[in-house]
Design a protein around this ligand. Sequence first.
Ligand SMILES: Cc1cc2nc3c(=O)[nH]c(=O)nc-3n(C[C@H](O)[C@H](O)[C@H](O)COP(=O)(O)O)c2cc1C
Length: 395
Amino acid sequence: MSVLFSEGFLGGLRLENRLVVSPMCQYSAVDGIAQPWHLVHLGQMMISGAGLVIVEATAVEPQGLGTRGDMGLYDDAQESALSELVGNLRTLSSAKIGIQLTHTGRKAATRTIPERWRGEPLPPEEGPWKPLAPSALAFDEGWQTPQELDETGIRRIIDAFARSAERAVRAGFDLVEIHGAHGYLIHEFLSPITNRRTDDWGGTIEKRNRFACEVAKAVRKVWPRERALGFRLNSTDWHPDGSTLEDALALAAELKSIGVDYVVMSSGNIAPGIRIPPATPGHQVAFAASVRKQIGMTAMAVGMILDPHQAEAIIASGDADFVALARPFLDNPRWGLHAAAALGDDIAYPPQYIRARPNNWLGFSHVHPHSRAPATRLQLDRPRSVSSWDRPNSA
Ligand SMILES: Cc1cc2nc3c(=O)[nH]c(=O)nc-3n(C[C@H](O)[C@H](O)[C@H](O)COP(=O)(O)O)c2cc1C
């Protein structure tokens, strides 16, 4: 049996395997409310073979929305749609379901990615809302200068994370991940590039970490112990004036003491124009390995994990406890099922698709010649004439 498909724990939450669908914005919400697309997209992910599916970055207050298509979890209509979504997803598989909570800070009020590949600020005629940030520094030329948060604003947003987490409890999620990376509000507090404050929320690393820690404490307080709490961490800003891996490790240690169950080690996007080394396969795995080895904390690796054997080696070598994949699941929503076959493992298939399972379908080894799936054999033990799988639409 592969280690990738062995059970794993995020705090008290048991996952059937170590494969995670990373959160992916769909830019398809309306007024922050999940739509049928989310059921289709996440439904596919529920039957992908992954043990955990994490719903996209979801704003904790209206000013924290990145685009008009972002998901929100700050009002009753949004909560009710997500409750229904979680209920529907539960009928599809036993994969666990998480949600990522965020505030987009100075990157708020942009066009959606499908409208503009790299996102760009909404022009004044499209009614952009005012972005908020630790310091009044625009993301780039042509972007709005954000309003510098005062103490009241900071406290309001910390509270908003906790209120959204309470809504996530009621909606039935198994896991909450706090988004502390990719240049959004929490990361903006962490990085000296975006945080120029001289009060208790900026300056030294302890003060820059304070906002992230206060958010984590507020969420942990309302989030049940048996459900998992994670944090997406910026491993490095890839810039000499920015946050470093040492900073990330110091924060991971603090988060661990607060009761955060895992960190997922991502990087980049604090400011435009920073030269980042080309993303090669597994380019961020070493960051997860550092957390695991130096802090002794459960770590998830993410970024350019492409191949089942690569994923297996990351877990087997002890570099990470879990692997999170994003684009590979968009490319192939059965990535996990195929990965299990490639590793010679046998995991549960959606019964509706059982006819395409490696050991039921002579064609599988032709379509996937590198698979190590058990030798194909037709299951003739089920009398063909009465099998519903043989005649699903016999009318
Ligand atoms: C369409 C899309 C949407 C994304 N949205 C989010 C998001 O909501 N939150 C987040 O933390 N990362 C987001 N990401 C980043 C991914 O979760 C992941 O970290 C990144 O794509 C690297 O993994 P990959 O090489 O497996 O795609 C998104 C990526 C894609 C492709």
